[in-house]
Design a protein around this ligand. Sequence first.
Ligand SMILES: Nc1ncnc2c1ncn2[C@@H]1O[C@H](COP(=O)(O)OP(=O)(O)O)[C@@H](O)[C@H]1O
Length: 286
Amino acid sequence: MAVLSRLILRYRTAPSIRSFCTKSSEIDLTRAASAAALSSALPVEDSKGKGRNVQWVFLGCPGVGKGTYAARLSNLLGVPHIATGDLVRQELSSHGPLSSKLAEIVNQGKLISDEIIINLLSKRLEESQAKGEMGFILDGFPRTVRQAEILEGVTDIDLVINLKLREDALIAKCLGRRICSECGGNYNVACIDIKGEDGSPRMYMPPLLPPPNCESKLITRSDDTEEVVKERLRVYNEMTRPVEEFYRTRGKLLEFDLPGGIPESWTKLLQALNLDDHEDKKSAAA
Ligand SMILES: Nc1ncnc2c1ncn2[C@@H]1O[C@H](COP(=O)(O)OP(=O)(O)O)[C@@H](O)[C@H]1O
């Protein structure tokens, strides 16, 4: 499936999309165009659908755990987990020409332009195609209705999993998030214990503590401060909440309320996806 070339072609020929974007001068369209040519030459799904694989999207507020569950499902199903937030952070750490502009936007909790994010995503999909990978689990894309329309125009998304958690837990989870600067492992020092009320059960999410060799190397994402997390939640409600409706009306949205910590939520998510008897689930969950 030549997602890359179709994404870029569609993108370059849609005036309304271009006017929606901000800094179009910063985009390397020459590079994008050559990437498109390369990707269209790569092996793609045949007419019988051979090679077709999972094409799923994860939606959900900052801190809900999209990355955790998308990564586990990616292991389980053998498809790449593509997180646009990770692509943005890689671009930031590359200290390339876009880095300082992107850092400013990300550290204010705002969204970067559709143009830049599609360029980053296209490059990542191109790498996938070069490796012969099939399918994907997208995490953090689409985040605007415009992005959803572009994606829907170029490929069939099978399923959109909308992870949900109450806002006080989301904020605590973002503020507790830690990353090992050496191995990249993701941990969380927050212990969330919310009493059951009005018939809703108690919610307990224990901390996910790092192993001793990571303890002294933990860092916090620069956009995980209380002020920026609250702004990201506001931006989610304004820009991304309508994406839920976009997929709901197309019958693709699976709503999933996280019941608690990872073991409990993972088991229930597998049940909701009818994957609970999947023979590989134990190794993916390990
Ligand atoms: N699809 C996207 N569109 C616009 N900006 C994005 C997109 N994906 C990621 N970003 C930028 O990268 C930042 C980090 O993304 P991510 O790690 O997915 O954050 P979150 O924890 O808020 O879900 C976002 O706040 C935003 O600035």
